[in-house]
Structure formats: C-alpha cells, structure tokens
Design a protein around this ligand. Structure first.
Ligand code: PMP
Length: 373
C-alpha cells in the first residue's frame, strides 16, 4: 500500500530533535522556526515533558471518559489560572478542527440558531463542520458547503452587524491572529466591536486560538492584546507539544448536560500528562514572556529589502511578506542554511518557532536571511 499523496514534501527525514533543533537521518542539524505548524510550544523533547509521558505510560495510558481522570481536573485548574479564564470550564478533544466543531455546536445549542459568521482568509480546520467556516475553495467540498456561513471581510463591522440583524446567527468565529490566511491581526478595536455586537444581538463570540494561542503571540491568547473576553476559546496545536490534543474554554453562561458533547480519545491520560507538562513548563520557564521578547527581537532584525513588502505578527507568530513567490527563498533557507520555515499563500514566509527560541537562534536566522536575500 502507498500513502495517499496529499502533502508536498521536502526531501528531509527528521530522526531526532531537541529544543529548537532537529537532526535528519544523515546527521544534518537544522534550526526549526516552524515547529510543525506551531505545534512545538515548549521545544522538541523537553526533558520534563519526556519524563512525564514516560512515567504516565508506565501507569495507565488510556481509559475512556466514563471514569474520573484527575489529570483533566489538574489541567483545567492550571489552564484557568495561566490563561486568565479561571471561571470558565474546559472540554477536551483531539485537534483544532474538533475544538472548532464543538464550539460551534455548543453555540448553536445555546442560541437555538444555525448560522455562523466567519471572515475571509480564515482557517478553522478540515473536518466537515470546521471546513465549512473556511472559504478556501480548494478545501470546501460540496458536502461541506451545505453549512450556513456568512463571510465578512476582516474588520468590516458593518457587514457583521447587517448579518446579525437577520436574527439567525449562533456564533461569530474569528482567529486571534489569522495564521494560514497570512498573519493578519484584527485592527485595533475590532474585537471589542465584535464583543459589543455579540452582546447586542445574543450571538456567541468564538475565538479560534488554535494557532495564535498558548503563549505564541506574547500573551496567553492573542485576543487578550485587545482586553476582551470570548464566550468560547478554541485550542489545539501547542497545547500538548505534539501529542494530539485540543480543547475549548467555555463561559459559565453555557450549561453543561450529560451527553451534550463527547469524544473517545479526548482528555486521555497520555494527552493529559503531555498537556500538564506543557502548562507547567510554559509557566515555570516564562515562555509567554519569552515568545513576546524574542519574537519582537527577531522581527526588528529582519533586514529592509526591496524584495520584502511587509513584516507582520506578534511574538513568535511572524509573517514576512515578499513581493515575489517565496518557494526558492524557503528552499535556500532549508537546504543552504538548514532552517525550517513555513509558508502562507505564495508570497509569505511564516515563522512559528518553538516558544523556547533564544535571541542567538533569532540572530542565526537573521544572518541567514540576509545572505539569502
Ligand atoms: N484553526 C486554526 C486557526 C488553525 O491554524 C488550524 C490548523 N492549521 C486549525 C484550526 C485546525 O487544526 P487541526 O489541524 O489540529 O484540526
């Protein structure tokens, strides 16, 4: 059997990783500024993380959600404190897309309504429910397209209010910072306006922090730069440093009832050991602060160049938009300078480094980029 061929692959086979470094099967070392789509939050194979997972595996790896799992309660307490959402409750699942599906389902149960407002260039996942709030024609199938979604331009509050006035909207879903769509930060005040509109029309505000959350932007969640609170916050990616895990934070306004949401694997012991280790490391090593500081340092060191149109982002969520396709630049960075980067669209190099990145690592990248340019 062959693999279903849906990924464009670089000819690199990583076999070992530590912190922000990855080694391939030929012993070549790389600097990882991408972390597998923002997944590596506390660094590859952090010793505390590895120890926690090994110890958990020796005890119990999995049992279903029909019995008590104290590791879930531990995570909820720690996450509530560190995220600034202590009064919210936590539902655990397995991925970003699943978190968004659960959030939208909860919003529609809560409001009794079935329309969602989302924004152009947003990305919320590839399962049928989450993909339905993504307007990328490449990934919306006819099956997905049956969902009721109104797309607005980011920052167009009038369009949002016009849609809400029709009275059938359950939720607005918005990324704290748009990731796959090109590192677009909502304009100052826009999230606050959305909050007010949601309150006025009885609509749930869902903040997708799958990519921009968990410390990446220099605040625990990117929307906290605007001082607002969401009704539901969705998480994934860095929450367990690569162990599949997702979750949603739910406002006390939502009432839980038995069977309302559910999952086989969500919140399993191994995922919880990983997620608890991640939150402990983020707190103890002050990685949210580090992401903010090193991210700004890296951004400020990116050289001015006629080939670069704009540098955007917050913390360690950085987009370098070029006036040209970045395919060759990324290839040169990977094979010439041994640095992993990501991409958004054709023209943007997207950096989503582990939150343990140092200023020395940032200097390595800046020097390499200068040389490539
Ligand atoms: N939301 C956002 C903002 C994302 O960036 C992604 C993944 N790129 C998802 C949701 C979907 O997450 P997953 O691939 O874990 O389902």
């Amino acid at each position: 059997m062959e693999l279903f061929d849906v990924y464009s692959l670089f000819d690199v086979t990583p076999v070992r990783a530590q912190g922000c470094r990855v080694w391939d099967d030929k012993g070549q070392e790389y600097l990882d500024l991408y972390g597998g789509h923002a997944v590596i939050s506390v660094g590859h194979s952090h010793p505390r993380y590895v120890k926690a997972l090994k110890e958990q595996l020796d005890c119990i790896g999995f049992y279903s959600n029909s019995v008590r799992n104290p590791l879930q309660v531990e995570l909820a307490h720690k996450l509530g404190e560190l995220s600034g959402y202590p009064e919210y409750s936590l539902f655990l699942d397995n991925s970003g897309a699943e978190s968004n599906e659960n959030a939208l389902k909860l919003a529609s149960f809560h409001t009794g309504k079935d329309r969602i407002i989302a924004f152009h260039k947003s990305f919320h996942g590839r399962t049928s429910g989450a993909v339905a709030v993504t307007d990328n024609p490449k990934i919306v199938s006819p099956f997905n397209a049956t969902h009721k979604v109104t797309f607005c331009d980011l920052n167009d509050a009038d369009a949002v209010e016009t849609a809400m006035k029709k009275g059938d909207v359950a939720a607005v879903i918005i990324e704290g910072i748009q990731g796959c769509g090109g590192i677009n930060i909502p304009a100052p005040g826009f999230l606050g306006t959305l909050r007010s509109l949601c309150d006025k029309y009885g609509v749930c505000l869902v903040l997708d922090e799958v990519q921009s959350g968990y410390g990446r932007s220099g605040k625990f969640f990117a929307h906290q730069w605007e001082g607002i609170k969401a009704d539901i916050v969705t998480m994934g990616k860095g929450i367990a440093n690569g162990f599949p895990c997702g979750g949603i934070l739910i406002s006390p306004a939502f009432k839980a009832s038995k069977g309302l949401l559910g999952t086989t694997f969500g919140g399993n012991y191994l995922a919880m050991a990983a997620a608890n280790a991640v939150i402990d490391i983020i707190r103890d090593e002050k990685l949210v602060e580090n992401a903010g500081e090193v991210g700004e340092y890296l951004k400020s060191g990116i050289p001015a160049s006629p080939r670069i149109k704009e540098v955007r982002g917050r913390g360690l969520m950085i987009g370098i938009e070029f006036n040209e396709s970045v395919a060759d630049i990324r290839r040169e960075l990977l094979f010439g300078k041994h640095i992993f980067t990501g991409v958004a669209g054709q023209n943007m190099v997207r950096l989503l480094a582990p939150l343990v990145l140092t200023k020395d690592d940032a200097d390595t990248f800046i020097k390499a980029l200068r040389e490539v340019l």
